[in-house]
Design a protein around this ligand. Structure first.
Ligand SMILES: Cc1cc2nc3c(=O)[nH]c(=O)nc-3n(C[C@H](O)[C@H](O)[C@H](O)COP(=O)(O)O)c2cc1C
Length: 336
């Protein structure tokens, strides 16, 4: 088969034009300038920086920061294909400097990342990230509520307020990276959309600590994803696609070109990869793009927009599969 080379692979994510939909998700790879260059050379369409954490800014929760450092340290063996930073640029000033350096070194869009939920103080860093030259900001509301008094309503309101505050502070586009663990996720997504979030990134993965039964210690535990994790993302991309103004990005479980195509068919504007790139190296982006081209040629699509969202809830021939109705059917079909 002749693979068409003049097809249009561009996509618009957060108002930014990307050469194709496959981009790097937030990861420690941006701790080293050399890695950013390798990623661009490998065909990556955009880069999300590692996160600057609220705790690092407020310095009020030093315990959690050191736990984070431990998790990052477990990654030592994960840098087979990349330069490993001697010292991770964790501090707020180093972080801003790193954005400036990466922006100067590559021509693809660079998205800053803030991780937190509290109000005030640390939010000034959103403006500083903008001033450092980031093309957009990703807010990761990575938050595990353990307070017995914290209600779902209060937590969701806090996130919505945070988005409204950030939208007043910055002019660059704002994406919100969310976990799937909300009772009424569509409602929350709709409220963030109404608060003018420019993008929703689905979904955060929570790192689950493990328990060592010999030393009786709780261990930080960071496992890379598998494609099996993608299915939850596909469902929610399909449910939200064409119902929110915000751009949609998939994160979690994208390892192959076919995984990426599934996310696009479900409605994603951009597809973020981390685990696959840590495992396969930067040239994996080029392989993803080749796979996309091959598939588009076979299906006679000449642009991403020609098929993006073709299997969302509105357009797919059997929407019940995304909803509860099919639960009963699938259970009954087990072993048939
Ligand atoms: C080693 C490592 C570090 C990460 N650091 C961050 C981070 O700083 N901020 C963030 O929002 N997500 C972070 N993530 C989550 C990824 O951006 C991504 O959402 C998650 O790994 C799922 O995508 P994947 O299946 O492609 O790995 C990290 C993931 C890994 C594996």
């Amino acid at each position: 088969m002749n693979i068409t080379t003049n097809m249009n692979l561009t996509t618009t994510y957060l108002g930014l034009k990307l050469a194709h939909p496959f981009m790097l998700g937030a990861s420690p790879l941006t701790g080293q300038l050399e890695n950013a260059r390798r990623l661009e050379d490998g065909g990556c369409a955009a880069i999300v920086m590692h996160s600057l954490f609220e705790e690092q800014i407020t310095e009020m929760m030093a315990g959690r920061v050191s736990q984070l450092e431990e998790v990052q340290a477990t990654l030592g063996g994960g840098f087979v294909h990349f330069a490993q930073p001697e010292k991770f640029p964790l501090g707020p000033d180093e972080y801003l400097e790193q954005i400036r350096k990466i922006k100067a070194a590559v021509s693809i869009p660079v998205i800053g990342s803030l991780n937190g939920v509290g109000a005030d103080g640390w939010l000034t860093h959103a403006s500083l990230i903008e001033q450092a030259g980031a093309d957009a900001l990703e807010l990761n509301v990575y938050y595990l509520s353990t307070g017995m008094q914290d209600s779902a309503v209060d937590i969701e309101k806090q996130i919505e307020t945070l988005v409204r505050q950030l939208k007043q502070r910055i002019r660059i586009p704002l994406a919100v990276k969310l976990s799937p663990y909300y009772t009424a996720f569509a409602n929350l997504a709709g409220r963030l959309d109404a608060a003018r979030a420019d993008g929703l990134v689905l979904f955060n993965r929570f790192y689950q600590p493990d328990v060592d039964v010999e030393t009786l210690e709780v261990l930080p535990n960071l496992r890379l994803s598998t494609s099996a994790e993608l299915l939850l993302r596909l469902r929610w991309l399909a449910i939200l696609s064409h119902r929110v103004e915000a751009s949609l990005a998939a994160t979690g479980g994208v390892h192959t070109a076919l995984d990426g195509i599934k996310a696009l068919l479900s409605g994603a504007h951009a597809v973020q990869l981390v685990s696959a790139v840590l495992e396969q190296g930067a040239p994996h982006f080029r392989r993803m793009v080749e796979g996309l081209r091959y598939w588009m040629t076979r299906h006679e699509y000449d642009s991403i927009e020609a098929f993006r969202g073709r299997l969302n809830l509105e357009h797919c021939p059997n929407p019940a599969h995304f909803e509860r109705m099919s639960y009963q059917r699938i259970l009954h079909s087990w072993g048939a």
